[in-house]
Every structure is written in structure tokens, then in C-alpha cells.
Design a protein around this ligand. Sequence first.
Ligand code: SF4
Ligand code: ZN
Length: 283
Amino acid sequence: MNSFNPESYKKKIYKIISKYKLVQENDKIFIGLSGGKDSGCACFVLSEYIREKKLKCELVAFYIKLGDFIPERVIETIKKQTEVAQIPLKIYDIKDFGISYKKIGTLNRPICSSCGTIKRYLMNKIAREEGATKLCTGHHGDDFIVFFMKNILGKNIEWISKFTPLLEGKGKQLTRIRPLFFGNGEDNKNFCDFINFPYIQEDVCPHFFLKQKIDKRREKWYEVIREISKWQPNFREYFLEGIIEIAKILSLNQKEPLECKICGEPTNKEICSFCRLLKFHKD
Ligand code: SF4
Ligand code: ZN
């Protein structure tokens, strides 16, 4: 913490934003917040970047409330985060989309897979319908290293094509931007603490508040990355650059997404994974 330098932290993110052209004039960027440190940092640094560079583009934060079990302090924190970042906030409720999040933990599927499906679907749909040109998230480098490993283990090689700082949109799929692609959770925490930026200290995973069991292996993966970084200089940076190269090659074979026969949202199958989940959810 003592050696942490908030200016170089910011500079590093600014460099990623410029190098990968994450922000351009006339963009309308929707950024998804959870109340945690990572999305909070992405939101704060991106809004500073836009202001400092005097770019004519709009940044809007949004939050999808997954149910009444989400404590009020999460929403209060998100409101404070957007006040500090000086950007507007829109709040949506999952019940308006006909799904009960509480039921997710009781389905015979891994929680994270159902949760990811719901969040990815709603974030893209909401932001696009609100006229966004891009969708921003607070995923950081360690997240992408873990996603990469998991997809290799699960032989979902195609999915790796999505792991880049800027993922161009196709059809109804919005362009996704990840300004923290080369960052990590510890630096985000240090930055928030340094500038006194509000964030929820405990796990912001909805299942933490529901007291349902979640897959805790992600923390173990993070530990492994931290360990390797101690003895292998620039491990994270080089590994992530390697992932970007692999993603580039894989994206050459990417087809335009189809439109779901039920809801019309982008999908690579006839029926999108959200509609398949919803069916399962209603059975
Ligand atoms: Fe969802 Fe929690 Fe899994 Fe993250 S850890 S995907 S928030 S269930
Ligand atoms: Zn669908």
C-alpha cells in the first residue's frame, strides 16, 4: 500500500483507453456498477479521462437490482460513487424482466453460469435500448486470466476471442470496453482507499447477500496469479498480451450473431441462453 502511486495507476489506465481507442467523440457509454471497487474504479477513471481530454461523449452508470434482498447500503454506495464521478445513474429492477433471482441458486446449474447469462443479457439489452454505443465493465486483468484458464479447462476455446480491452459489437451486440484490462483487484482497492472513493467492502456477489453457496475458487485463482507475479516479472502483462493475440486469431472465424427466435436478442444458437434459462426457471 505504501508504494502505491495513484497517479501512475491512473496513467496506466489512460494509456489503455488511448491505445485501444476505448472512447471516441460522440460515444454514449453505459457502465455497469455493482457497488464494488472494480466497477467503481472503472467508472471514476473513465469519467476523469473524458473530462480531462474534453471529449464530447456521454457516460451513464447503471445498476440492475437483482431483488429485494440487495441491502439498501449497496444502492446508497452506488449513488455516492456516481456523485463523486459526476455522472448520471439509472437503476433497473430484475423483476421487470420476469425473473426471480432467488430461484437461480436452486436450479440445477452452476450459479455463476446462470448469473453471468442473466447479467450479460440484461446489460446489453438495457444499454442498447437506451441508445448506448458502448458498454463498459470493471473486469480486470486477473479476471481475464482466470476466464482464460477456465475456458481452456472447459475447452470453450471460441469464448477466448472475447477477451480483449475492446470487443467490437456485431449486430445487436454492443461494443464492450474494459479500461481495467491490464489492472488487478489489489490496485483497484488501493486506489479507492487512497482517494477515499466509496465502495462496498464485502463481497458484492448477490449470493453473498442471499447466503447461498457460491464457487469460491475464483479467490484461489487470484492467489495463484499473485504468487506467480512474485517470482515472474511482468507475468500479468505478458500473459494478458498473449491472450489478446490469441483472441485476435480466434476472432477471424467469428460469425455475425443470430437473433433469438423468442426475444430477438443476439445469440449463436436458435434460442438465446437467457430464454433457455428462463424456460428452465419457469418449469
Ligand atoms: Fe454472479 Fe456471484 Fe458468480 Fe459473480 S461470483 S458470477 S456475481 S454468482
Ligand atoms: Zn432469447
